[in-house]
Write a protein that binds this ligand. Structure first.
Ligand code: SER
Length: 340
């Protein structure tokens, strides 16, 4: 029997690592992975093919269409919020044009196969834009449709691509003579800050959480770039992977919307610090807020309402804050650095 092919872009990234390691255990599918950098050695055994290349390279993507019958695309490649502010136009190209290229690939594959190809897209809390710290305290949990006025290039890119995905799903070439009835099956999650025990994020603005933990575990001093009272929603990687796979396997008719919030726990930076200090009492962590990065985090909600995901596809995180630290982060990060 021909195996279903899953295309994963941004294979070396945080989510890519977790997803490939998880899906690689399944015998009924083949993973075709893409990244601009050579594939991390630990991921090689799980991938049927690795393509080193740029999602802006349309010739390369064209060859993929011809070679594989792709059933699902996890489009994870992206330039995160802090890095994007140093070169916004490059970020726009990668985050928007790159996504457009992958959507185009998905639509071509859908039409060729005569059935919708799934397009799973991680968006972000960066799609929100509150008026600042005071507003954040007032507004509580925000739903998918509230306060979407992002102030970062990354946030603008994510919000726009949420719409682009819906366009490719519902209205692609709506006036053209060759308008087809087969379109992409676009499904999107808005993630909070993610924390993995295996990888450290690069270029994000929620990175103070994972950075604090990974520095402490290695005995490296860390200066946290936000104020102690800063609150953000977070989720650990196993739950992020679970949410992607649960959304992908949900019956289409149950999905009442195209974009779903998911979250798990919302500590302040001080509460995060207390957890890290308890696990690594000798760690040296200071608070040295960076005004510009703080201003970005102040526009992101302290908590998000993920009840639509619970209602439509039974979403529930496995890890609350206690379990996340006590059963996942602390033991696996300790094991990781002890054996390094
Ligand atoms: N982790 C992302 C960032 O900080 C937000 O989704 O850019």
């Amino acid at each position: 029997m021909r195996k279903d092919v899953v295309l994963i872009t941004g294979a070396n990234g945080e989510i890519g690592h977790g997803l490939i390691a998880h899906l690689g255990e399944r015998k009924n599918l083949s993973i075709v992975a893409m990244d601009v950098q050579p594939l991390d050695k630990t991921l090689e055994p799980y991938c049927e093919r690795f393509i080193q290349g740029d999602i802006l390279d349309t010739m390369l993507l064209g060859r993929l269409v011809a070679e594989f019958e792709i059933r699902t695309i996890f489009h994870l490649a992206s330039i995160l919020s802090t890095k994007a502010e140093y070169n916004p136009e490059t970020a726009h190209r990668v985050n928007v044009e790159g996504t457009l290229n992958l959507l185009r690939l998905a639509v071509e594959q859908s039409q060729w196969q005569g059935r919708p190809v799934q397009f799973i897209y991680p968006s972000s809390i960066a799609a929100y834009g509150l008026a600042g710290a005071a507003d954040k305290d007032k507004c509580g949990k925000v739903t998918e449709d509230e306060c979407c006025n992002p102030i970062t290039m990354y946030g603008c890119n994510k919000l726009y691509c949420e719409h682009l995905g819906q366009y490719y799903m519902l209205h692609y070439k709506q006036l053209a003579a060759d308008h087809s009835s087969v379109h992409v099956d676009f499904r999107c999650l808005r993630f909070p800050g993610l924390i993995s025990s295996v990888t450290i994020p690069t270029g994000g603005t929620s990175d103070y959480g994972p950075e604090m933990l990974h520095h402490a575990a290695q005995g490296i001093p860390y200066a946290c770039f936000v104020r102690p009272d800063t609150r953000l929603p977070f989720m650990v990687m196993p739950d992020a992977i679970k949410s992607l796979l649960d959304l992908a396997s949900a019956p289409r008719e149950n999905l009442k919307q195209h974009v779903y919030n998911v979250t798990s726990f919302s500590p302040t930076a001080m509460e995060f610090y207390n957890r890290v200090k308890k696990a690594f009492p000798d760690s040296i962590i200071t608070f040295e807020p960076d005004n510009a990065r703080q201003s970005i985090v102040d526009t992101w909600p302290a908590d998000i309402d993920d009840s639509a995901a619970t209602r439509d596809w039974g979403w529930k995180p496995d890890y609350d804050e206690d379990r996340a630290f006590d059963e996942y982060l602390v033991p696996s990060i300790k094991a990781r650095y002890q054996s390094a």
